[in-house]
Write a protein that binds this ligand. Structure first.
Ligand SMILES: [Zn+2]
Ligand SMILES: [Zn+2]
Length: 390
């Protein structure tokens, strides 16, 4: 987004305008400039500019940054708990929201589609880190939706306006027309053009929302992610999806959780796996080491047993991922990677050579004993099986 534009000027509001004034100014301009309505060649470009101005000025954080630094991103971007969802809606771009708002008119200027009165559910994917999944977190999600209109409390009626049964369709939402054709009478049922299929009309519709009871809106919601959540799980925030038409029930915001790969830990269920280097001498003798856990500042003591092999797994109970909704935790499994020290001193080498020589002498003795035993067994075997085994 370019930052050298005057967003206040684009919307035609004062610099100290409140949120409601900004929204009203935006809706007025959007209604004039929406490409479904305005066929001027520059309408689409101007509409985009108005939309951009609104996206920034309707978001407290972005507006404050823009006022202070001239850019919505601020000096160092947003805080880590702030997630801007304007780009990653699953098929719910601003365009879709506007098309719903402008009565479901298609881009080609087709006839009105039937309006759903119930608001749709909206789905988004939220990416979190494994550390956040382990300790739980609160995220503020910033997104666009059709929200209940502030000016009419979602009823769609202006002050003193009343909702009545549509006189054209008598509340059914459909009209039946009969046409004479060369094939005889053709009867067809279409959505009532008067009420858009809702069966109700308002004598004085609210100006802000054109009687819909909902307006395109920039929203921020806080979402609590419970500790121990798994990838693919969803968190539902009631009534934060698309608002219903004229006070009809709204949809929900369904947030599905994606957990980013972690550099150190691999998760399997509630267990965590990590690989740790242990130098060969410590692995031979056994040792205790301290490693960082998944929770903030967590230290985990790992007992490496003597004679520990490369790839050996050391399981530490209750140091894995928290189990959702309980105090329990999975295990931390440390996979040992034995490393060979390459910084031995002369003394070290001498000591090791001493060990090596002792072991070689010991193993030569053991080999001799073994050979003697084998040949003895072979003779015994011959005696027992004079014809051999094969
Ligand atoms: Zn309204
Ligand atoms: Zn009607």
């Amino acid at each position: 987004m370019s930052s050298n534009k005057d967003y206040y000027e684009i919307l035609g509001v004062e610099h100290d305008a409140d949120a409601r004034t900004i929204k009203r100014a935006f809706l007025k301009k959007a209604r004039e400039l929406h490409p479904d309505v305005n066929k001027a060649p520059d309408a689409e470009a101007r509409f985009k500019e108005v939309n951009e101005a609104y996206t920034i000025l309707s978001d407290e954080t972005k507006r404050a940054n823009y006022d202070r630094y001239g850019t919505p991103d601020g000096p160092s971007g947003f805080g880590s708990d702030y997630v801007d969802m304007s780009d990653i809606f699953n098929g719910f771009g601003m365009d879709d929201i506007f098309s719903s708002f402008f009565g479901g008119q298609g881009r080609g200027g087709q006839a009105r589609r039937e309006q759903r009165s119930r608001g749709r559910d909206m789905g988004i994917t939220l990416h979190i880190t494994l550390e956040e999944a382990a300790k739980g977190c609160t995220k503020t999600i910033s997104y666009e939706r059709l929200a209940p209109c502030d000016d009419c409390n979602g009823t769609g009626a202006a002050e003193g306006g009343k909702t009545t049964t549509c006189p054209k369709c008598h509340g059914t939402g459909h009209v039946t027309t009969v046409q004479r054709t060369i094939l005889g009478q053709m009867q067809s049922t279409t959505v009532c053009p008067e009420c858009g299929g809702t069966g109700q009309v308002i004598d004085h519709p609210c100006e802000t929302c054109s009687g819909q009871g909902r307006t395109p809106s920039h929203e921020s919601v806080k979402i609590e992610i419970p500790a121990g959540i798994h990838a693919g799980q969803t968190v539902t925030i009631k009534d934060k999806g698309e608002a219903g038409l004229r006070g009809a029930p709204g949809g929900n915001l369904v947030v599905s959780i994606d957990i980013e790969d972690n550099e150190r830990f691999q998760r399997q269920g509630d267990d965590l796996y990590c690989t740790e280097d242990v130098d060969a001498i410590s692995a031979m003798l056994g040792c205790t080491m301290e490693i960082g856990g998944i929770l903030p500042d967590e230290k985990v003591e790992v007992e490496v047993p003597s004679g520990c092999q490369y790839g050996q797994q050391i399981r530490i109970p209750r140091c894995g991922m928290p189990r959702q909704g309980s105090q329990a935790r999975g295990s931390l499994v440390v996979v040992v990677r034995v490393t060979v020290p390459d910084d031995l001193t002369e003394d070290d080498e001498e000591a090791l050579r001493g060990i090596l020589e002792r072991r070689q002498a010991k193993s030569a003795k053991a080999d001799a004993k073994e050979r003697a035993h084998e040949s003895h067994k072979a003779k015994e075997g011959h005696r027992k099986h004079p014809f051999g085994r094969r």
